[in-house]
Ligand binder design. Structure first.
Ligand code: ZN
Length: 237
């Protein structure tokens, strides 16, 4: 599935996770990297790919990053406080609740099945990465907005010239663990600290972006404030 608006293409990998390609004058920038199976989606763009910017180091967002780095020399940017996680994404289990609890939810089983099938579980970890911090200017005109909670280092990426925020999994439009529709924060199965994630919604709202793209689900076009308000109302799950 592919969809392009304002020079931004959304790719959905394994029907469960989004990654994005931004066209700029200097080349193309990927936001997140799906599962390893997303390689076939990025491959036609590799020669123009200037950088990959990762919102957070979960295995369903790191997919093709190491391969693009090692085979095509594309630099990979990871939030400072997620660098350890990027090197060892399977120490992922540091969520508030063990994902096992969520296996009664069909979507959780499906997510793990697709992750396994796509090679993410035994996927390559990042061997070389560049870290970035809050407020940093990144390739493509992206500006980092620190939104911790889902992971310790989670960053959202604001693209002011297109009025777009890539919020990663700081807020999602569909929870991949329960299939519940958003805007909401991700279930405790995959969230390190829900209270912190709820507080980070203020930083999302403060961007004032019109369109919010997230790691899971469709675009939200009614503004970052409204999305944050809805997620705050729903709370943790
Ligand atoms: Zn995540």
């Amino acid at each position: 599935m592919e969809q392009t608006v304002d020079g931004i293409t959304r790719f959905e990998d394994q029907s469960v996770v989004n990654w994005f390609l931004i066209e700029t004058e200097g080349g193309k920038i990927a936001v997140d990297a799906g599962f390893p199976t997303a390689w076939s989606q990025v491959e036609p763009h590799l020669k123009d790919l200037e950088a990959i910017v990762i919102t957070h180091a979960h295995f369903d967002h790191l997919g093709f990053a190491e391969r693009a780095r090692s085979e095509a020399g594309v630099p990979v940017y990871v939030p400072q406080a997620d660098a350890q996680l990027a090197r060892h994404p399977l120490r992922y289990a540091k969520s508030e609740r063990v994902p096992l609890v969520y296996f009664r939810h069909f979507p959780t089983l499906r997510l793990y099945w697709r992750a396994t099938k796509s090679g993410a579980i035994r996927g390559k970890t990042l061997r070389d990465l560049k870290t970035y911090g809050d407020g940093d200017e990144l390739p493509g005109g992206l500006r980092a907005v620190f939104t911790p909670g889902h992971t310790d280092g989670h960053m959202s990426l604001h693209l002011p010239d297109r009025d777009v925020l890539f919020a990663g999994d700081a807020i999602v439009m569909k929870d991949p663990y329960t299939d519940r529709e958003g805007p909401r924060i991700v279930a405790r199965a995959a969230t390190k600290d829900s209270e912190r994630a709820l507080r980070s919604l203020d930083a999302i709202a403060a961007t004032g972006a019109r369109t919010v793209w997230t790691g899971h689900g469709d675009a939200w076009t009614q503004g970052a404030e409204a999305a944050a308000a809805r997620a705050r109302e729903l709370g943790a799950s």
